[in-house]
Design a protein around this ligand. Sequence first.
Ligand code: ADP
Length: 188
Amino acid sequence: MNVVFLGPPGSGKGTQATRLTASLGIAHVSTGEMLRGAVAAGTPMGREVDAILKRGELVSDTVISSLVEERVQADDCRTGFLLDGFPRTVPQAELLDAALTRLGLALAAVVLLEVPEDELLQRLTSRGEGRADDTPEVIRHRLDVYRDVTAPLAALYAERGAILRRVDGVGSMDDVATRVASAVGSPS
Ligand code: ADP
């Protein structure tokens, strides 16, 4: 089963993605983690994207798409994968479609984790994860980027019928996990 996870920064997307992938036995593909890993390892790509991440901007659509296309061909993705943080723009969604077609794969569901913006701001400014992009100014910018370029993806997937599953992301982690599992038709 191949799944896309959409949701704003602070929605709990990463945590819920970890839980769902563990229960489904599919690979968790987080583009944010991949990029932070490249920065930490000091790879050429990491050096290139470091400043972009710190500003809360997006790395280029083509760079991230080829990274994902390669990643989903790894062995651990054979049982399926969950894309966490990708696609993030309409062009990325189109590049993903093209890649899936090339690979003979399809999406079973697109989960949209919904949390009101005032709660997101509160969660993000108090979580103190120590990420370089968790300063108040950059958090506000990441939320703006989400609203402007990522949120429109919901409409795009909604046009495809039942593939889009909206999930209320407010509540305890366990409650949200139960909702996410039922949204993808999996016993939690
Ligand atoms: P969050 O959802 O909290 O913003 P992520 O870990 O998903 O956290 O992403 C962190 C950062 O990594 C983003 O702000 C962006 O700079 C970069 N990034 C992650 N995924 C993508 C993507 N699909 N396209 C472009 N940039 C990305």
